[in-house]
Design a protein around this ligand. Sequence first.
Ligand SMILES: [Zn+2]
Length: 276
Amino acid sequence: MEQKFPGFDSQNTPDGDSLTFLGTGGARFMIISQILASGGMWLNLSGTQILIDPGPGCIVQVTKRKLKPEKLSAIIVSHRHLDHSGDVNVMVEAMTQGGLRPRGKFFAPSDAFNNEPIIFSYLKNSVKSIEVLKEGLSYEVGNVSFSTPVRHIHPVETYGMVFKTPEYTLSYIADTHYFDGLLQHYSGDVLIINTVFMAPVISDGNPTLPVEHLSVPDAAYIISQLKPKVAILTHFGMNVWRAGPWEIAKAISQETGIRVIAARDGMRFDLSELHK
Ligand SMILES: [Zn+2]
């Protein structure tokens, strides 16, 4: 039987609806330097806890912030790139208490299960179910439903997500090149945008350049069109970090009249703030 210690968790276990940023760094150089952490996002919506994109160091961030992986109902991976999936296996072990207590769902696009699966085969039985993300489908996790409305433009199969609870809609635009069809899918109260570049990057024929990401002007345009109650920028590349994400957020806010926040490592955003 699980013992309860009144007040023991009150400081760190998110009680109300919230999202916690376990990292705000994006793309290769941020990840290998860990100037910013890369642990993904932890949602607590209507009492259901969900981990999104557990990149390298997720387990370190989760334990440091005294979150409880054994309370997770799902781990969702937007795409198989290392900065979104590096800690998948250790987080599955943490969610299932070393594999001893099978629980939770694991979601990822189909190419994450191909000849180089991001989840080890010996861990597949520790989760309650494995579900493949597909364009246009909806999924249930506890008290939350989410959809993956459109396939993104990115070198591997990638989806953003729209989470719905009785109270809120929360949209997450994961890695993608900007495209016109993007906007129509991601309206909501809260809009999270992975903002890797200061300006759009042109490949110039160099296939190793990671060009398929959103830039600051893309984020500003998306925010101006979708008009969420709050937009949160995250997943910063090195140049965005050097320019000061909070300055960028302030400028976009002034330009659009929308509240824009630059996420910080460890930042918890309480959705009750939307009513203020
Ligand atoms: Zn990526």
